[in-house]
Write a protein that binds this ligand. Structure first.
Ligand code: TYD
Length: 219
C-alpha cells in the first residue's frame, strides 16, 4: 500500500499560504493520490470549537497553548492518523510549529513546556507507540512582517492574532526561523514575498526535489 504523507503549511499571518494549499492538493490528486485537506486550530468538530475560542476569546498564553494542543490531540486521533494509515496525503494548514512560533516566540511562553506538551500529545497514536508524530515536510512561507502587514491591511476583520502589532510578527517569524534551523530536513523554505506564480512554482519545485511529485507537476 502507498505510504501516508503528512505535509504542514506554516508562516506568519499574511504570508499567503492558503491559496497554495488547494493547488498542491490538486497536484497530488492529479498524481493519483487521495488527499485529506485539514487545518489547525481545528480539523474536527471539537477542535473547531476550540479554534473559535482561541481566535476570539481573551486568555493567557498557557491557556492558549493548552487549547492548541487539546485540539491537536483530537485532530491527530480522529483525522490525521487514520488518513495516514489509509495511505493518504494529509495537507494541514498549520501544525505544532505554529504553537512554537505564536505561543512560544510570539507570546513568550516557555519552549520547554511546549516541547513537553508536543511529546505528550503527539505520541502513542500510531502502531508504533513511541513515534512522535510530526509532518514529513513543512512548507514554510517566509515573508518579511512588513510585507505581510500590508497584505493583511487590505483583507478582512482581524482575529486576536492578526490584530497584533508588527513586533509580535517579528518574534513569530523568528520563532519559525528557529524551528526551521533545528530541523532543516523537514522544512522547505519558500520566499513568499515573490508574486503568486513564483511562489506556486517554488512549492512544486520543493515537492519535486523531495521526489514527492513529478518535476512537471501542476495544479
Ligand atoms: P490562520 O491559519 O491564519 O487561518 P485563517 O487563514 O483562517 O486566518 O489562523 C490561525 C491563527 O491561529 C493564526 O493567527 C495562528 C494562530 N495559531 C496559534 O496561535 N497557535 C497554534 O498552535 C496554531 C495552529 C495557530
Amino acid at each position: 500500500m502507498t505510504q501516508g504523507l503528512f505535509i504542514s503549511f506554516e508562516g506568519i499571518d499574511g504570508a499567503g499560504k492558503s491559496s497554495h494549499i488547494e493547488a498542491l492538493a490538486q497536484a497530488f490528486r492529479n498524481a493519483g493520490r487521495t488527499v485529506t485537506l485539514t487545518r489547525e486550530p481545528g480539523g474536527t468538530p471539537l477542535a473547531e470549537k476550540l479554534r473559535a475560542m482561541l481566535l476570539h476569546d481573551s486568555m493567557d498564553p498557557l491557556t492558549e497553548a493548552l487549547l492548541a494542543f487539546a485540539g491537536r490531540r483530537d485532530h491527530l486521533r480522529c483525522v490525521i492518523e487514520p488518513a495516514l494509515a489509509r495511505g493518504e496525503v494529509v495537507l494541514c494548514d498549520r501544525f505544532t510549529d505554529a504553537t512554537f512560533a505564536y505561543q512560544g516566540a510570539g507570546r513568550g511562553f516557555d519552549l520547554q513546556v511546549l516541547a513537553y506538551l508536543e511529546k505528550l500529545v503527539q505520541t502513542g497514536l500510531a502502531d508504533d507507540a513511541t513515534l512522535l508524530r510530526n509532518p514529513d515536510v513543512t512548507i514554510w512561507f517566509d515573508v518579511p512582517p512588513k510585507v505581510a502587514a500590508e497584505r493583511l491591511a487590505a483583507a478582512r476583520t482581524p482575529d486576536r492574532f492578526e490584530a497584533q502589532p508588527e513586533a509580535f510578527f517579528e518574534r513569530v517569524a523568528g520563532g519559525y526561523a528557529d524551528r526551521a534551523a533545528a530541523d532543516p530536513q523537514r522544512f522547505a523554505r519558500i520566499d513568499s514575498s515573490q508574486d503568486r506564480e513564483s511562489v506556486a512554482r517554488q512549492v512544486m519545485a520543493a515537492m519535486a526535489a523531495r521526489g514527492l511529485l513529478p518535476a512537471e507537476a501542476r495544479a
